[in-house]
Design a protein around this ligand. Structure first.
Ligand SMILES: Cc1ncc(COP(=O)(O)O)c(C=O)c1O
Length: 429
């Protein structure tokens, strides 16, 4: 698409956007003047769909009037309530229904998956992660390595970009996998890295790693609802994600988990178990013998929290109606327009560290600010932009196709390059 640096052009793109009506289905936070904030932070916490209240009130009402009977007689009985999300979730991540479940929170699910899929031996004990993985993932894998009696200094490989580069090249990842493959037990990458915004070639990495006998898992916190996923076809072993970012599942919302079908009925896989993973036909006989539900549901521990599930249903219905294909097409244009506008005034003060290739990124652009980055971030905030700051020097900006507009992207660039108050005067070359 050829872009133009003008408000009229941005407005034209908005008029032509067939997803434009979705914005009105969300509550948009206000800036200090009472105008809509430019909310480019859906990669951190997605906005609240207006329909959430009705979904939650239904469950509050049923609890109010039915008490415990709601488990079986609520409008949507709570016993199988999580199953209402199965088909939509499967569509979103490119899985079969048996391969997905909505449960717990991300780091909990990651540990559950590591229990099953990280089975180190003296020879094959290493875990590969990308440079700068999300800290919780690092803590989780390091603790698992120690739990198995190994030392993270020897067993954790952190892939580094080439000197002077900010993104990993797929061929460099493959080189590591091919060189050290027989010592690598597990490859765990963020589908989209939270810091750089790089989207990895999950299919190719999975193929190469599995050819070396490694297990492959992805943390999809920044990928789900952001980029198209085909987890089943890519033959990924497992994946975990949270719902509070692009999926608008609400703060601390309920997370998701994918276990490939070929592992689903493998009783030899060790796992931590709880009664909600128990065969549904005998769960309430309360017997001592555990017989796992085939599929990802067999990894459930507890009966799930209905209210967060209700919140997530509201958003997933919007995702289903909008369709991931249309969302992705708009997202590529929206983020491409942001990149185009930022490129209009090259400056030594900031650089885009996210990949330039739209196939290697989602909605987010990460801007590295050389000096006074925090002050620039505060300037954006003071002008009604909601984005976020990640130490030591990065501002993350994520226009989200469900509720952001091209006009907002244009306005963001105006504020970013504002001449009067701008900290760096970025128009200087
Ligand atoms: C990439 C990534 N992984 C893991 C987490 C941790 O998620 P949770 O707190 O839901 O366990 C986050 C949270 O933002 C994240 O961005």
């Amino acid at each position: 698409m050829t872009f133009t640096n003008s408000k009229e052009f941005a407005e034209k793109l908005d008029r032509e956007d067939d997803l434009q009506d979705y914005r009105s289905r969300f509550f948009i936070p206000k800036d200090k003047n009472g105008n809509d904030a430019i909310y480019f932070c859906g990669n951190s916490l997605g906005l609240q769909p207006k329909s959430v209240r009705a979904y939650v009130e239904q469950e509050l009402k049923d609890w109010e009037t039915l008490g415990v009977e709601g488990h079986f007689h609520a409008k949507n009985p709570w016993m199988p309530y999580h199953e209402l999300l199965t088909d939509q979730t499967a569509r979103l991540v490119g899985a079969k229904p048996i391969e997905v479940v909505v449960m717990n929170t991300l780091t909990v699910n990651l540990h559950l998956m590591l229990v099953s899929f990280y089975r180190p031996t003296a020879r094959r004990h290493k875990i590969v992660v990308e440079a700068n993985p999300f800290p919780s993932d690092r803590y989780a894998v390091e603790s698992q390595i120690r739990f198995h009696g190994f030392d993270p200094h020897r067993s954790l490989i952190e892939l580094q970009p080439r000197a002077g580069e900010t993104n990993l090249r797929t061929e460099d990842i493959e080189d590591v996998l091919e060189a050290d493959g027989d010592e690598i037990a597990l490859v765990l990458l963020g589908g989209v890295n939270y810091y750089s915004g790089q989207a990895f070639d999950m299919e190719r990495i999975t193929r190469t790693a599995q050819a070396q006998g490694c297990v492959v898992g992805f943390d999809l916190a920044h990928a789900v609802g952001n980029i198209p996923l085909r987890l089943h076809d890519w033959n990924v072993d497992f994946a975990v994600w949270c719902s509070y970012k692009y999926l608008n599942g609400g703060p601390g919302g309920i997370a998701g988990c994918f276990v490939h079908e070929r592992h689903a009925t493998n009783a030899a896989l060790p796992r931590f178990t709880g009664w909600w993973g128990q065969n549904k036909t005998i769960r309430f006989t309360m017997g001592p013998r555990f017989d796992a539900i085939p599929g990802a549901e067999g990894w459930q521990l507890s009966n799930p929290p209905i209210l967060p599930l209700a919140v997530l249903r509201a958003s997933m219905d919007l995702f289903d109606a909008a369709g991931m294909e249309r969302l992705r097409a708009k997202s590529i244009a929206l983020t491409g327009y942001l990149e185009f506008l930022l490129d209009q005034h090259p400056s030594k003060h900031f650089s885009v560290i996210t990949a330039r290739d739209p196939q290697q990124r989602g909605a987010q652009l990460s801007l590295r600010v050389k000096e006074n980055g925090r002050a620039l971030f505060d300037h954006l905030t003071a002008h009604g932009v909601v984005c976020d700051w990640r130490e030591p020097d990065v501002i993350r900006v994520a226009p989200v196709p469900l509720y952001n507009s091209f006009t907002e992207v244009y306005r963001f660039a105006e504020i970013f390059f504002g001449t009067t108050e701008n900290i760096h005067r970025p128009r200087e070359h």
